[in-house]
Design a protein around this ligand. Sequence first.
Ligand code: HEC
Ligand code: HEC
Ligand code: HEC
Ligand code: HEC
Ligand code: HEC
Length: 240
Amino acid sequence: MTRPPRWVVIPAVAAIALAASIITASARAPQGAAPAAAGAAETATQKATREASGKAPRGPWAYSGASGYTNYLGGGVGRSPEQPIAFPHPVHVNTLKLNCVYCHFAAFKSPDPGMPAVGTCVGCHQLVAGDRPEVKKIAQFAAKKAPIPWVRVHKVPEYVHFPHMRHVNAGVTCQSCHGQVNNMPQVFQYASLNMGWCISCHVKGYSPADGMRAAGFTPDSAALAAPRRKARYDCSSCHY
Ligand code: HEC
Ligand code: HEC
Ligand code: HEC
Ligand code: HEC
Ligand code: HEC
């Protein structure tokens, strides 16, 4: 397997250590907090959500390209369906430092990046925040042995071929196409996903420096020096 680029690798050990320290911190909170503030103490989730709010501006992609089919699921840019569980990316990514591919486990090897199994959530939430209403729902799905019916946000029409692994292995940051999901209390569609959008990047080439900026990093000298990465744009590369 190709070695994942630096921006996507966060050692699992660090994530677990962090999660453990948060678990410990919240377990200690009742004794540690001043009695008057005890009821009002901000949880890790509330803090992460407050800090992330407004940091993930809607995408700049208004160009509608060659066709008008920008509305496959309805809504287009900004589409943000309510989810069966109000899953907060900010606390899991920014605070706990979980890697995107910890949950979207197939992004490097499959056209479809994958969604986390209920077991991935249960592994932590057996121990963490089990009393919160949104977390209780996880146990309910697990008990029914039912997958969580997440509502799809991004989708291209069936006649379009979109391979995640080709992009991720080429170093295209998730945030180039999805915006700063790590700063979205509720995920929304950032880019138009229309044909003009795809082709404009393939023709102009992907800039690793822009990709790092999109992800919220200051580009390092290697990214600044790297050439744009172009891709095929003949019809058959995206349409069979
Ligand atoms: C702890 C697990 C977890 C981590 C880590 C995680 N995600 Fe997610 N992601 C989910 C879940 C669960 C959903 C479905 C619910 C939702 O939309 O919030 C989701 C939804 C999404 C969606 C919308 C999917 C659709 O239907 O179109 C995108 C895009 C996404 N994640 C990108 C990312 C990126 C980028 C990162 C890293 C910055 C990341 N995720 C990290 C669990 C995770
Ligand atoms: C690495 C451990 C870990 C994994 C894996 C994980 N979570 Fe969490 N989750 C946490 C921690 C820690 C918090 C913060 C709790 C707090 O606010 O004190 C949290 C917060 C939450 C909250 C917000 C709780 C509230 O305050 O309302 C929800 C909802 C949630 N997680 C759902 C999920 C779902 C769904 C999955 C699986 C896709 C998942 N989590 C995977 C550790 C994890
Ligand atoms: C070049 C643009 C691009 C990049 C880079 C990209 N995505 Fe996507 N993503 C898309 C498009 C387009 C779709 C809709 C694909 C479809 O309908 O088949 C999508 C769909 C998704 C979905 C929904 C899949 C589902 O089955 O519900 C998730 C989750 C997701 N992406 C996560 C990620 C993560 C995590 C990364 C980085 C590791 C990433 N994406 C990188 C463009 C991108
Ligand atoms: C931000 C830039 C960017 C966007 C947006 C983007 N791509 Fe790409 N795409 C790339 C790069 C870079 C490669 C080349 C990967 C490589 O060299 O292996 C690529 C490769 C591909 C390939 C493989 C081509 C081959 O050589 O076989 C397909 C298919 C593809 N993209 C489809 C799409 C579709 C469909 C969309 C829109 C829904 C899209 N891409 C949006 C940057 C992008
Ligand atoms: C880089 C990927 C990519 C390439 C190359 C590409 N397309 Fe597309 N095409 C898409 C995507 C994504 C859609 C769906 C979104 C949209 O309609 O804008 C689409 C939609 C279409 C549609 C449907 C439009 C509609 O309004 O229903 C047609 C027809 C089409 N493409 C023809 C072509 C032809 C002909 C070529 C070669 C000249 C081509 N495409 C090259 C990605 C691509």
